[in-house]
Write a protein that binds this ligand. Structure first.
Ligand SMILES: Nc1nc2c([nH]c(=O)n2[C@@H]2O[C@H](COP(=O)(O)OP(=O)(O)OP(=O)(O)O)[C@@H](O)[C@H]2O)c(=O)[nH]1
Ligand SMILES: [Mg+2]
Length: 137
């Protein structure tokens, strides 16, 4: 199965909360919570893909300077193979006010302590571990 390369953003506000979005029911892994992002297009770096995806999905106007690599996860679903390239995205207070579910999807700001209480796609388990380690030590 061809592996799909995905840019994934762990978006942090100044209070070290993390933005989660709920995946639409009709999409792959629908109804679960995700870290926003999407498929990397030909010729794009991961941060470039994140700038584009986070504008489309959340209305954020970002440049790549607020992004830093966190981890990479390869996972095989029964119907799909993915490689998630996960970057932290640090928002200013002003940028935080821009963030909304631009495609109608619910969003929440979650504390690192509460992340384990959300249902994520199976591939996200190592991401949650990495975020907790970064923010909680
Ligand atoms: N964005 C995102 N995708 C994830 C996460 N975890 C995970 O397994 N994926 C998988 O990565 C794949 C691509 O993500 P996506 O559906 O956001 O892609 P996209 O925004 O380009 O959407 P599209 O289907 O409208 O082109 C999906 O199969 C999705 O299930 C996650 O935390 N965030
Ligand atoms: Mg997406």
């Amino acid at each position: 199965m061809k592996e799909v390369a995905v840019a994934v953003g762990v978006i942090l506000n100044e209070g070290r909360q993390i933005l989660l979005a709920r995946r639409p029911d009709d999409k792959h892994q629908g109804g679960l919570w995700e870290f926003p992002g999407g498929k990397i297009e030909a010729g794009e770096s991961t941060p470039e893909a994140l700038v584009r995806e986070l504008a489309e999905e959340l209305g954020l106007q970002l440049d790549t300077g607020c992004m830093s690599a966190l981890t990479e996860v390869r996972f095989q679903y029964p119907d799909k193979a993915v490689r998630l390239d996960v970057w932290c995205v640090e928002l200013t207070a002003e940028q935080e006010t821009q963030a909304h579910g631009a495609e109608g999807q619910p969003i929440v700001w979650a504390d690192a302590e509460s992340l384990a209480g959300y249902e994520f796609p199976a591939a996200n388990e190592p991401i949650v571990t990495a975020v907790r380690k970064k923010l909680l030590g």
